[in-house]
Design a protein around this ligand. Sequence first.
Ligand SMILES: NC(=O)c1ccc[n+]([C@@H]2O[C@H](COP(=O)([O-])OP(=O)(O)OC[C@H]3O[C@@H](n4cnc5c(N)ncnc54)[C@H](O)[C@@H]3O)[C@@H](O)[C@H]2O)c1
Length: 258
Amino acid sequence: MDYNNLLKDKTALITAGADGIGYGIAKRFEEAGAKVFVCDINEEAVDRVNLNHSNIRAIVCDLRQTQLISSMVESAFDYLSKLDIIVNNAGIAGETAGVGEQTLGGWQECLQVNMTSHFETMRIAVPRMEDNGSILSVASVAGRVGFAYRLPYAATKWGVIGMAKSLAVELGPRGIRVNALLPGIVEGERQNKVIEAKAKVKKVSFEEMKKEILSGASLGQFVTHDDLAEQAHFLCSDLGKNISGQAISVCGNIEKAG
Ligand SMILES: NC(=O)c1ccc[n+]([C@@H]2O[C@H](COP(=O)([O-])OP(=O)(O)OC[C@H]3O[C@@H](n4cnc5c(N)ncnc54)[C@H](O)[C@@H]3O)[C@@H](O)[C@H]2O)c1
């Protein structure tokens, strides 16, 4: 097996993939030989991707606007010609607050990006994707353990795992594998904002909150974008050819969320 070229001649659509975890996955897939299409709300990030990659095409799309998803998928097919892999990566953090302080608008926005965009992308793309392909939905450890003060986010991540497990059964006869990837505490700006917001709710310092959150993982450390890209590469290539319907955590073993 040629480990450096496992995605040669494969094509992938990655949502919200011009920055962060999705971009890490896009770069890894390109390195492994795939042609990749990403969409993202961030115009600057989209321009940066188009400037720096010959085998990744990025377009602007706000995934809160469900009606834009069918033309986004159409653009993916135009660029890729066929579709082997879908990575449903879109997911916003949502509000951090006690249940009484959460807003209905925040709940709806979280559902829109974290679940409805996944559903709509798959609803439109799956009937046209190649048999024996692979779908990876980015959930979170918040879809495996209780997650205080993040009710909308946690609800969507349990939902993403439910969709992945159900589709794995439905698409098995076509040889399409469907899995969920559950990142833990990921190093970066987004996690810093999450720590800041939780510190505010719990009335403790940033450093205290960070320590508490990291103490929930047996390995006591942050996960990196590279850790997640490697796992996505594994699951979406032939290395994972018998893995489907699984919710796989890359989290240093979080058993209790901070
Ligand atoms: N960062 C973490 O600590 C962490 C932990 C567990 C799970 N996750 C999950 O991993 C996935 C990626 O997270 P990340 O840390 O890279 O996020 P991020 O906040 O860095 O955002 C990733 C990308 O999503 C884009 N985006 C945001 N709203 C969008 C919208 N409405 N339409 C289109 N694109 C939009 C952003 O522009 C960005 O390029 C999400 O599903 C997230 O829930 C992240």
